[in-house]
Design a binder for this molecule. Sequence first.
Ligand code: FES
Length: 194
Amino acid sequence: MTSEFGAKFDRVCDILDRHKRSRSSLVAILQEIQEAYSYLPEDIMTYVATALGASPCAVFGVATFYSHFTLSAKGRHVIKVCDGTACHVKKSDDIIRAFREAVGLAGQTGTTEDGMFTLETVACLGACGLAPVAVVGAEEVHGALDPAKARAVVDAIRAGEAAGGEPSAALPALAAAGSPAGGAGPAGKEARDA
Ligand code: FES
């Protein structure tokens, strides 16, 4: 067994052991696995099913039920662009296109080949008063976007990575511009096409 292979499954073993390999802890186990691996790899899910004495179907069923879980690897920077009604009226299509071209995606959404960016669209980020809106990562909100600002967001992320620092420090996040009208924030909103 290669050390890489062993390390991969050592991590999930630790998680399973912490939860005493209890089926009732399946959601918590999957949450920790996602934190450890950034997503839920298929082979790990199958391993979890075997370890818990559950069917792979049951484990995959839970993983696909909750929008919080993702079954595919994401880029280091996840950009969620709102395409809800308020943002759509304010030309979110142009923002999505600008992000797509700036990160170098061939498709409408997805993850870039270099693993740097994942671009998603979401139904509403709960910040309709700042439409059109996008969120980088978990909480970096950018409002009142236009294509030039979208490109600047991507440029700042690239510059941040090149400098080896935190890209968010260079970003003109607009969260401080005021409380978003029309919602409570981006957390927990379901990705439309994750
Ligand atoms: S519709 Fe875009 S934030 Fe609500």
